[in-house]
Design a protein around this ligand. Structure first.
Ligand SMILES: Cc1cc2nc3c(=O)[nH]c(=O)nc-3n(C[C@H](O)[C@H](O)[C@H](O)COP(=O)(O)O)c2cc1C
Length: 363
């Protein structure tokens, strides 16, 4: 193996053997009309099946976690079957598929939820800011209902049910989304979690719900099929960031996760936003497979793999316009730009119509 292509070497994470160390980061693209995957999405994931691992867009385990317009769910058989077809298409290229389970919590709007569903969150605190609704354009985030004990149990069992459906449908695992200010991240953060019961207050209490969900999902599908994504120091979705004790809290969380032998820990470590010293400390606290994301190119990816800082590297935006990203990285082929106006629009334009290098050369 030459010294500068570790990215293209295989690596097994938990129970998931990867053909290379290039991961597609989870990216919401809002193509799931009626919250179920469709043939346009099947095309999109199939086109990218040369990666080691594809992580799906954020996918809700619960009807009341569908806070954004046109995001997919994984709580009924129709959705599970559609995800299963995508897994088959992904496997045909040698890649693997894990579904990112994202309950949006307070980051949502009633107009985006199915009829009769209510926005829920750790506490009745609205996120500052607005969100898109297909019916009425941009709307303020509403004040969510604080989850009671029944809600906590029900949503936890929704995560377990979604994980069970995923494995039964042939996916390789799940990634619990505890980053970027969605439900599990809302429990962790002192601005969105003002609870006075055992799920709020101290850092230990704020991480309790997340760890309960991890343990319940692990008990159902096995630790080797479960990853988790975190984003310390990230103010996205109106979270407190860089608050006193944040790094220590995250290190403690990472140690708890390390004890559980998960398939991987996925850390958003964008340079400039997360101090290098914090990434180093997390690496030391987590001996299992570590995935880093945030502004990677080939050179930086090789550097973190060679130094041992990461075991696999996730690329987000570069995959949008480059379905054949691994080949382009390997051969140092220039990357296609993507159309930022089509990130969240319905339909194939700016989504599944980007060409590979070979297709462009033939055209
Ligand atoms: C269009 C778009 C949608 C995204 N949706 C999600 C998502 O559903 N879940 C998530 O954890 N991160 C999401 N992200 C963040 C990416 O996974 C990734 O962390 C980020 O883009 C940084 O990586 P990059 O610099 O390689 O793009 C999204 C990013 C983009 C650009």
């Amino acid at each position: 193996m030459s010294h500068d292509n570790l990215l293209f070497s295989p690596k097994t994470i938990g129970q998931i053997p990867l053909q290379n160390r290039i991961v597609m980061a989870p990216m919401t693209r809002s193509r799931a009309i009626n919250n179920a995957p469709n043939d346009t999405m099947l095309d999109y994931y199939r086109q990218r099946n040369s990666a080691g691992l594809l992580i799906t867009e954020g996918t809700s385990p619960s009807a009341d976690g569908l806070g954004y317009a046109r995001i997919p769910g994984l709580f009924n058989q129709e959705q599970a079957d559609a995800w299963g077809k995508i897994a088959t298409a992904v496997h045909a290229g040698g890649s693997k598929l894990v579904v990112q389970l994202m309950h949006t919590g307070r980051v949502g709007h009633g107009l985006n939820l199915p009829e009769g569903k209510t926005l829920i969150a750790p506490s009745a605190v609205a996120a500052a800011g607005q969100m898109w609704t297909d019916q009425q354009g941009m709307q303020d985030h509403p004040v969510p209902k604080a989850m009671d004990k029944n809600d906590l149990e029900r949503v936890k069992s929704d995560y377990v049910h979604a994980s069970k459906l995923a494995i039964a449908a042939g996916l390789d695992g799940v990634e619990l989304h505890a980053a970027n200010g969605y439900l599990l991240g809302q429990f962790l953060n002192p601005r969105s979690n003002l609870r006075t019961d055992e799920y709020g207050g101290s850092p230990e209490n704020r991480r309790r719900y997340l760890l309960e969900v991890v343990d319940a999902v692990v008990a159902e599908i096995g630790a080797g099929h479960v990853g988790i994504r975190i984003s310390p120091f990230n103010p996205f979705n109106d979270l407190a960031a860089n608050y006193d004790g944040e790094e220590a809290e995250y290190l403690e969380l990472v140690r708890e996760l390390a004890n559980r032998n998960l398939a991987y820990l996925h850390l958003i470590a964008t340079p400039g936003a997360v101090p290098d010293s914090a990434v180093d400390a997390i690496r030391k606290a987590f001996p299992g497979p570590l995935m880093l994301a945030g502004d990677f190119n080939r050179e930086r990816a090789e550097a973190v793999l060679h130094s041992g800082l990461a075991d696999v590297v996730a690329f987000g935006r570069p995959f949008i316009g480059n379905p054949d990203l691994p080949e382009r990285l390997l051969k140092n082929i220039e990357l296609n730009a993507f159309n930022p106006d089509a990130l969240y629009t319905p339909g194939p334009q700016g989504y599944s119509d980007y060409l590979t290098h070979a297709e462009l050369a033939a055209a």
